[in-house]
Every structure is written in C-alpha cells, then in structure tokens.
Design a protein around this ligand. Structure first.
Ligand SMILES: C[S@@+](CC[C@H](N)C(=O)[O-])C[C@H]1O[C@@H](n2cnc3c(N)ncnc32)[C@H](O)[C@@H]1O
Length: 202
C-alpha cells in the first residue's frame, strides 16, 4: 500500500469531498488522490496545478475553507509539523481525518534535522509524540506504511485512551534522544500494520 491508496481508502469510507495536501512536490500523491475538490500548498513545487505557491503558515493565515482529509507532508522539522497539524485541526470538518507523513524513522540517520539520507524523514516524530500526548480526545496511531503514516481522527469510541503516565512519557521522549525513542518505538507511535489499516478502513 502507498499513501495515495491509504488516502483513497479513507476517502471512500468517510465520503470525503475535499482534500488539502501540505507539501505537494511532484504531485505524485496529489494526482493519485480521487477526491472531487483538491487543494495543494507548496512554496517550491515541481508541479504546480491546483497548488498555492506559498509556505503552509501563509496559507493557513489566509485560508477560509475546511476539508475532510488533510495530508501534512511539508517541511519535515518538528516545530513546523506541529504548527501544520494544529492549524489543520482547526479547519478539519467533523468526521475528517489528518494524515502525517514520515512519523516513524527506522534509522537514526533518516531523522536528522538536515537531510543525510535519501529517505529523509526529519524529526517529524518529535511533533507527532507531543501531539499524541496532547490530543487526548483524538484517536492517533501510526501505520507501518512507507516511513510511518500518522493518522489522527476525532475519537468516536473510547477504546484507545492514552493514560496519564503514557502521556507524560510521550512528552519526555519527544524531547529526548533518538536512541531512547527507538527503544520504545512501537508503543510511543502506537504502530499498526497495513493489515490493521485494511481491517479498519477497507
Ligand atoms: C516530501 S515532499 C512532499 C511529497 C508529496 N506530498 C507526495 O506525497 O508526493 C515535501 C514538500 O514540502 C515542500 N515544503 C517545504 N516547506 C514547506 C512549507 N513551509 N509549506 C508547505 N510545503 C513546504 C517542499 O517544497 C517539498 O516539495
């Protein structure tokens, strides 16, 4: 499964009619997404149809639309990702879903602040742990698809409540070393398999 297939499966399930992608690049995912109304944001894309040519902060400051699915895949620095996700929450329609790329770097070299490997994830994981700790009334998990696809949707049941102790640990680990994070990788990210994804969404 790739990210576009994930987005399309969720779109079918929730009947999504609108899609926002932060960080479009070549448009590979954007073009494969089958949702009627699509908006892209990228200050330096390699494909610019349907794309706002600006950074995400500027886009959010002037936007007045809301969306059913938002894919956060812009600048891979934790503080920017944190802002992109919180801004996305404020314009997400009821029942909508936010997906975040590159939450689960399996090697230290992938997650450095400056790209040091082809599979650069940046330190997206730090923002993702912080948000998992703070968004207590949302369901958050990370699918083991590509480099870890984080998913966030408003809790419709209480089956996956994060305890106070887990929240404290998430916050501590979000500021700690990659080594400490990787020692409890699956638990901190609430990792799920592609099979789990299919069971829930397909
Ligand atoms: C990993 S690529 C996106 C890949 C694309 N989402 C896909 O699945 O095919 C990251 C993109 O984010 C863009 N970007 C960098 N800073 C950004 C910002 N502040 N706001 C939005 N996009 C940004 C880059 O120009 C780059 O094209």
């Amino acid at each position: 499964m790739n990210r576009a297939q994930v987005i399309n499966a969720i779109a079918r399930e929730i009947g999504a009619k609108s899609y926002l992608e932060i960080g479009v690049q070549t448009g590979k995912t954007f073009r494969a997404v089958e949702i009627a109304h699509k908006v892209g944001v990228d200050p330096d894309p390699q494909w610019s149809d349907q794309t706002h040519l600006m950074g995400s902060d500027q886009y959010f400051s002037q936007n007045n639309q809301s969306f059913d699915i938002i894919f956060v895949d812009g600048l891979h620095h934790s503080e920017q990702v944190y802002k992109d996700i919180t801004n996305s929450i404020s314009i997400l329609n009821d029942g909508g879903v936010i997906l975040v790329d590159d939450c689960a770097p399996k090697k230290e070299i992938y997650q450095r602040r400056s790209p040091a490997a082809i599979n650069w994830t940046g330190d997206v994981w730090r923002a993702w742990l912080k948000l998992r700790a703070r968004l207590v009334d949302w369901n958050t998990c990370t699918y083991d698809i590509e480099f870890g696809l984080g998913m966030l949707h408003k809790r419709s049941s209480v089956k996956e409540v994060i305890s106070k102790e887990e929240r404290e640990e998430l916050l501590i680990r979000s500021e700690g070393s990659y080594k400490e994070f990787s020692a409890s990788f699956d638990q901190l990210l609430n990792m799920k398999t592609a099979f789990d994804f299919s069971e829930s969404w397909v």
